[in-house]
Design a protein around this ligand. Structure first.
Ligand code: LAC
Ligand code: ZN
Length: 472
């Protein structure tokens, strides 16, 4: 799909305006500029129009008109994505579902919640926790990111270690196809195997197959108590060994988050924590469950890391103390951004037992290419955010070589290129490193079945070429 002609675009917008009414169609350049980018270094691209959908009917009207006139449509939640998935690279229309923010139902006996796509993930947490229920997925941007974006990218987060990712909580979805049909996919009940599992196909398809307008999500009872431990380790090898030690003792924390030695050094001065001098890594371990069990597990977790030579272990059980331990971790991405002129962040996954090898590769690549590479992330899942920091434009080719080296090593270690951020624009050039031409061709055919004119989020996931450069 290329850009729409001005005539086609205007025709589509007249039809959309007529169907959606009010002030759904926005042409104000300042507002359009505000939806030109996301939270990645993907170059910004201002769309020709923004449509703020208020209902499934609006979404269907936009897609119907856009398909008829061949106008690109880029769906958008809160724009917190990390790979350019919501950037309208071919212009056209940005379709925002942010105004569809109703929590339609929370059913405490069925343990389900029905939400619209614009509901902020944190708002869903608060609503269900008020009723002693629990929705585990917790992407780091949970205060602002929306359920629509979480579903489109199959977002993860720290608690995925014990509970799984967004897709693991989906029962059914209402989805609008590129041509404007409204489909119900998935199952109405907790069990259900009727027909193909299209809900799983839509989840994580990054807005390329359909637009999600409603989701029925599974909930859990809220755990009785939560305890957070901060463990400082003396070397990279203790990370994987400590986690294995926990699992061998039958302990499954809800999170095991890592901040490696390079990242720790960069945040040392304003982490708000006393970091021991010899610390070469920090692990944030969180346990939840019945109070008596959690107390015992805290002690045994301490023993497991003590056996691996942990330098210091801090524990918190009150909400405010836990927040203090979490704050340095939550701010990491933003803090690292202030440490150099340019920053790129990757999102690779390796089997948990290969974390040490991955960290060693990062050290070697950093040395060879002269790029600072702080690493942090969801160590329990083997999902690490490897960052690249540099100060001079002339270093860009070295950064590209380092990224290539990271991806090659990740795949050689039995891993994958993205654990939770998706492929979007930034990783699309690298997809062939992991997937065969046959597999990519099959997915392209599926895409054209769902979206014959190629209007939905064009330029994402399968686009070959080189990675575009933006400012970060
Ligand atoms: C995090 C985001 C970047 O874990 O995924 O901080
Ligand atoms: Zn993450």
């Amino acid at each position: 799909m290329t850009q729409a002609s001005p005539v086609s675009l205007e025709r589509a917008l007249v039809e959309i305006d007529r169907a959606c009414g009010g002030d759904a169609v926005v042409r104000d350049p300042d507002i359009l500029e505000s939806v030109a980018g996301d939270e990645s270094e993907t170059p910004r691209r201002r769309p020709e129009a923004l449509v703020r959908a208020a209902s499934t009917r609006d979404v269907a009207a936009v897609l119907k008109a856009a398909s008829k006139h061949g106008v690109p449509v880029t769906p958008r939640g809160a724009g917190t994505g990390r790979v350019g998935g919501a950037v309208p690279v071919h212009g056209g229309i940005v379709l925002s579902t942010e105004s569809m923010r109703s929590i339609v139902e929370v059913h405490d006996e069925e343990l389900v919640a029905v939400v619209e796509p614009g509901v902020a993930t944190g708002a869903l947490h608060a609503a269900v926790e008020d009723r002693q229920l629990f929705y585990p997925p917790d992407p780091n941007s949970l205060a602002t990111c929306t359920m629509g974006g979480n579903l489109a990218c199959n977002a993860g987060g720290p608690r995925a270690f014990k509970y799984g990712v967004t897709g693991d909580f989906v029962l059914s979805l209402e989805v609008v196809t590129a041509e404007g049909s409204v489909l119900a996919v998935g199952k109405p009940t907790v069990k259900g195997v009727t027909g193909y599992d299209l809900a799983s196909l839509i989840v994580g398809s990054e807005g390329t197959l359909g637009v999600i307008t409603r989701a029925k999500m599974r909930l859990l009872p809220k755990p009785e108590s939560v305890r957070t431990l901060l463990v400082f380790v003396a070397d990279d090898a203790s990370v994987g060994r400590g986690i294995t030690g926990l699992l061998r003792r039958g302990i499954v924390p809800r999170c095991v988050e890592l901040v490696d030695s390079i990242a720790l050094d960069l945040i040392r001065r304003d982490a708000g924590l006393a970091i021991p001098a010899g610390a070469k890594g920090m692990l944030l371990v969180e346990l939840d469950g019945p109070e008596l069990l959690v107390d015992r597990e805290v002690e045994r977790t301490g023993n497991a890391f003590g056996d691996e030579g942990a330098l210091e272990i801090l524990t918190a059980d009150r909400g405010s103390e836990r927040e203090r331990l979490w704050s340095a971790r939550r701010e990491l991405s933003r803090t690292l951004r202030t440490r150099a002129r340019f920053k790129l962040s990757e999102d690779v996954v390796v089997p948990r037992t290969r974390i040490f090898d991955l960290l060693r590769t990062c050290r070697e690549l950093s040395e060879r290419h002269g790029v600072v590479m702080p690493t942090y992330g969801h160590a329990g899942d083997g999902n690490l955010h490897v960052n690249f920091l540099w100060d001079h434009e002339r270093q860009r080719p070295d950064v590209e070589l380092a990224i290539h080296g990271l991806f090659e090593a990740t795949i050689a270690l039995g891993g994958t290129l993205s654990g939770e951020h998706g492929i979007g624009v930034l990783k699309a050039p690298f997809l062939p490193m992991e997937q065969s031409p046959e597999l990519i061709a099959l997915q392209r055919k599926m895409k054209s079945l769902f979206d014959p004119r190629g209007i939905l989020n064009p330029g994402k996931v399968f686009e070959a070429g080189t990675r575009p450069h933006g400012n970060c």
